[in-house]
Design a protein. Sequence first.
Lengths: 147, 147
Amino acid sequence: MLSQKAKYALRALLMLAERPPGTMVLAAEIAERQKVPRKFLELILLELKRDGLLVSQRGRNGGYCLARAPAGISFGQVVRLLDGPLAPLPCASVTAYRRCADCHDEHGCHIRLVMRRVRDSMAAILDNATLADALAGRVGDELLEDA
Amino acid sequence: MLSQKAKYALRALLMLAERPPGTMVLAAEIAERQKVPRKFLELILLELKRDGLLVSQRGRNGGYCLARAPAGISFGQVVRLLDGPLAPLPCASVTAYRRCADCHDEHGCHIRLVMRRVRDSMAAILDNATLADALAGRVGDELLEDA
DNA sequence: GTTATTCCCTACTAAACCTGTCGACTTTAT
DNA sequence: ATAAAGTCGACAGGTTTAGTAGGGAATAAC
């Protein structure tokens, strides 16, 4: 399950992606428009900034904007940053592999093999979906008709 | 992330699937062999039984066995039962749809569309992978060679 | 250089959830 | 009767989630 944090982060990023590149937007404005508690949002924006997805400007006329073009930011990066690895099990993770303590012969573990497939397909979708794709209505391979 | 409960449940079911159909196995034996706390496992087995995946026999010579053939029990059923809907967001769920309270115009929500694709691909894998498939080494479309 | 604005940072909290544990009760075979 | 086994409710300790609170630091405008 996606956390509120990740959901809020995606909303904020999508909102920023709609603006002309370099436009500074106030945290307060994002909070109001996206209906996210202001202080909570600040924590999230800060995390996104630390990870290099956002650029910020302090003081008057400050705010946040994307650090790269919307086509350069994927859902996968955002979800991993805020919610951790995609894989349903640590032993099925590629980016954050960890052995199951109680699993003898991991190599033949059927559960792991299935979960590995799940993680691969999640990664294929999320790492491939960028903010630009979302705004353009491109979801996966198909282009969405009107609505 | 898969809960311990779901992981233990899958382990127990796979173990039962290896036995000849109808063989009663003690909760205590499953617990020991799969290294799962006994009392905790009992809760899980009970839940599996209530959902019709297991059959139990009380008293002496009692135990648990699968209620159906291993080919009739999918990973998806088990995961949904113990961990809830597959979808990363309630608004992207098929089996347990719930509107996002703070989402105006859900219809055009880009986040939802992406998460819907994630849930579809998870469901395709998990609902298609049965206990029998796992034991046979069938994972998805390909058959696994030795190792 | 003062002031208003805006992001930055740390600490805290209340509630929920996860992972079990405990103890008693019921059913059943011997 | 007795012992073996599943059934059930309550609870507890730790972790995570979803925020809140309050100030500190940088910057622009005046």
